[in-house]
Design a protein around this ligand. Sequence first.
Ligand SMILES: Cc1ncc(COP(=O)(O)O)c(C=O)c1O
Length: 427
Amino acid sequence: MAWDFASMGTAELDAAIKGLEAEVEGLKAKGISLDMARGKPSTGQVDLSRPLLDVLNADSNLTDEGADAANYGVPWGIPGAKRLMADIMGCPEDQVVVAGASSLNIQFDCLVHAWVRGIRGEAPWGSLARVAFLCPSPGYDRHFAMTEHFGIENIPVPMDDDGPRMDVIEELVKDPAVKGMWAVPKYQNPTGITFSDDVVRRIARLEPAAPDFRVFWDNAYAVHDLYEEGDELLEIFGAIEDEGGRDLVFEFASTSKITFPGAGIAAVAASPADLSDLEETFAIERVCSDKMNMLRHARYLPDLAAVRAHMAREAEVLRPRFEVVVEKLEEGLAGVEGCSWGNPRGGYFVSFRGPDGSAKAIVALCREVGVTLTPAGATWPGGADPRDRDLRIAPSYPTLEELSQAIDVFCACARLVCARLAREGRR
Ligand SMILES: Cc1ncc(COP(=O)(O)O)c(C=O)c1O
């Protein structure tokens, strides 16, 4: 059934609204209670990493290529862990520091470094009257919350199908108060798109007015392909070299969505000069990180082939969930004017865009029926989506049956909201 509200006569539209209201009331009576708000792995996925827990025991050799994991020292990560994270990011191993279990922690640390001490001898950002960050939107809410926490001005930049709109970025970086930019270059959270080679090259040749401008390149979904043939992301440090080389990017990754969320290992990569600069702050913060966890990860995932094999097993759990979301959206919202959604080949999210003014109403209606979605606006700086139209669907955690039911609810609510908006447009 096509839901082409725009081409219906007014009486037909009123009748359609009545029918859709009855459908939503029927769903409310079912007593559904489903939480689709956050993109965390399902238990089945996390269970795939249980063998990691058996890698070390009381008899294990606790050294890695001569580095002692059982004591202080080796502050920037044992060799096997550095190699693993370099392989995941696709960058040189000597540009990597492995530190702790969370890439968001390291991103925060880098902001603290810039804020308190300043990057490479530039004035600490905390001493400046105005500091701004570019925020491709929709984007990751926790990124925007982090810069907001420091009092940094978040400037939204439109996201296109091939990455953030570069014309806008190239203009905005002419302002010396613009000190950085958030970027999730592969399977972006939430759109699922991967930056094209052209976008990566344009980022690599940016000439920001601020010498301490840095792109926070959060490669959180670097190996998170749903299909054997995943999206290809041009490696950023190589692209920067091709453009003549400059200190422009802090890259981040973790194994949160490879092994155990919050209990994996995390890393930052940067140019050699930037890395030594960051290390001066990191060295104040810690003597060294948890190297036992690094050792377990390095032994469990000894090379990229092992990572790929593990991620293929993860994909088997995730792929049907993504496919059911996309199939149900196609089935339930085909032809509804203003509705579109992604069909990502990896990552953790499906992004939905409705007509202007629809997102909050869809979330509220879904909640009435018993389905909790990520709040409308969450993917925009300050939680404010100027056109109130973007929503993030997180398919990973619910079971297939729950997901299927939740997307049916979503479609029914979205249809009703869109029909009502079409009707209002005629008054
Ligand atoms: C883009 C992005 N970065 C970072 C994270 C969290 O990473 P970590 O657990 O390493 O802090 C997430 C989790 O959803 C994410 O989507």
